[in-house]
Design a protein around this ligand. Sequence first.
Ligand SMILES: [Zn+2]
Length: 296
Amino acid sequence: MGKIVRALSADGSVLCSAINSTDIVSRIRQIHDTSATASAAAGRLITAASLMGAMMKNATDRLTVRINGGGAVGTITAVSDDMGNVKCSIDNPHADLPPNDKGKLDVAGIVGTDGYLAVIRDMGLKEPYSGQIPIISGEIAMDITQYYAVSEQIPTVCALGVLVDKDLSIKCAGGYIIQLVPPINESAIDYIEENIKDMQSVTEMLEKGLSPSDIALMGLKGLDGQILDEWEAGYYCGCSRERTERVLAALGKKELLKLAEEQPETELTCHFCDKKYRFTSEELIQIASNCTGGAQ
Ligand SMILES: [Zn+2]
């Protein structure tokens, strides 16, 4: 399980959330068989999604972060619930690139920089809230910062990191988000700027053995930060046979009967957890018989 910690400055004007997402990103590697660079890209996005999801208020709220910059990995989609439990899908998890000129995994290269980052918040209202910005770096953390600045007008610092071992296992992964809570306390900004200058990269801090609590409090140094809450979050996919049947039903009667005729068995694979659901022709015909109206 990953661990999320949230800390608040004494005056309540700055919130810092930090996560150790090593286990979550390891699940990405297992489920999607990602290359080193794809692990880093999807790992950073899911880490951000988990922290952002954990800031939502209601148990039924869902947050989706999607990035596509025209790079070889294609679209990466990460979905979080209000507790930061996350799942992700990746178009081309095997895509890989040589290291960039700094000798690091080339996340910006594999994501691409010609595209968008979108955030969709489903809060059970008629229309989900969505915001979209053009990608500015492709390294993801800076794009998340930009998203908050442009789309939500919330000054934010975001840092994300995934360290992949030689055998492609995930050595460590995590991140933090520091956010100013309105009304903005201008003097807090100076402290935060100093703090982030002093902080090492997320993976360096995790490798040194720092916990998410240590990291969250470092982000609030000088502001008398206190731990607000902490809990475990994991990779979680809520798919089921029942839900898959509803996806099939949405295809409509005609399409289902065509599938039933074409092949004795139809298999659907969940893009988020790779679980396979098989339906015989008889079962498809049964689902088709329950289809009422809608798509033909
Ligand atoms: Zn699933």
